[in-house]
Write a protein that binds this ligand. Sequence first.
Ligand code: HEM
Length: 406
Amino acid sequence: MPTLSDLPRGWGILSLTPREDYFDLWNQIRDEAPVRDAGEGLFLVSGWDLVNRVLRDPAQLAGSGVSRGFGGPDNPVESVVANWLMSQNGETHRRARALVARLFTPAAAEQLAALVRERSAALVAGFIDEASLRPANFAGLVAQRLPSEVIRHLFAIEPGEWEEQVQPLFTTDGLQTGDGFAAVKGLAEYFHAKITAARGQHLGGIIDQLRAPDRQGGHLSEAEVIANAVLIVTAAIDTTAGLITNTLLRLLEHPAAMARVQAEPALLPRVIEESLRHCPSAPSSTRHAPQALELGGVHIPAGSDLFLSLAAANRDPAQFPDPDRFDVDRDCGTRLLTFGGGAHFCLGASLARTEARLLFEALFAAGRDFRLCEAPRWRQDNPSVRSPAGLLVSCQRNGPSVEEPA
Ligand code: HEM
């Protein structure tokens, strides 16, 4: 059992993300004190009702956690971070979110379904060829590539340009500590150069949609267009890749669930919801408390930051009976906090769910048995994401094996 005595102070809490005992540790933190002073002005909130309340309370401001994660207000990417949705609040956020949300309706996610199906089939075919011969890395060959392809398509960037100029800005092997500054700075410079070179002409893809005014003539500033383009790239790819990799890992660890969903793909949406609850790829969010407040009987001074453990909230036994069990018959209803809640609820939730569903439909249509060849190596490069950096899997045709002739 992990111990809480050596819990890191303040924002050092993010260093827990790649730990093997991550969920046990957060269960313990929540059960001991659902609100805990972590020191250095940071409070950990981990009970479901309290996390849910803070997420939906407009008095608790989004943004400071993101900025602190990048080294505080003097960091070199502050102007980008300050202009994206996750840092805005109140009327400024409502106005900008309405403009960005036009791109991410459930109908828009469905419109992408044909592309997602086609890319899933191609990625799965390549993976199966490889994994039939030797253990192959599902995370790198499939899970990371599908959302990357979808976002490239949304921005209408040619494959060569994406591979040479965009992907290297944010892709690592997952095992080195990543440089968040460099990724945000590089992406912001890339989008700025593209918009400048277009000199007001159309670029194609969602940059044009981000720049388009609404019916009342409201529009995003150029700084907001660039910042939200960077946010979409950084928020959409690793999280969705994590959802896909974590789901396959859970199914490989639970063969009965794997057999059921392979026989009955209609179960997939529920399997994906349970995976989102049990092992969220983005396991935390943050808020800033400009005024003092009482939370769970704890006094939180004005100016404190709140670290919201979505992972611990999703395993709160008061909401989810037997919460550590991966139970594909569970109905999470609307209690899942993996995509946040309230004004900042994830804009890509429908898209992420659609990608995961269609990818697993393609994977299971291949009629193979999959086997985990090695314990997963957890990503070290991005403390906001918990998922394996590598997942070595082999496969063979399913059904009874053919006896060799004597
Ligand atoms: C499994 C995949 C994903 C997970 C787990 C996830 C999780 C989250 C979380 C926890 C938040 C913060 C919510 C809050 O603090 O209230 C968020 C915000 C956001 N996400 Fe996602 N996300 C995922 C995929 C995506 C995708 C695919 C996109 C875009 C295509 C996206 C775009 C955004 C944006 C733009 C915000 C900021 C919304 C705002 O501040 O108003 N996310 N996401």
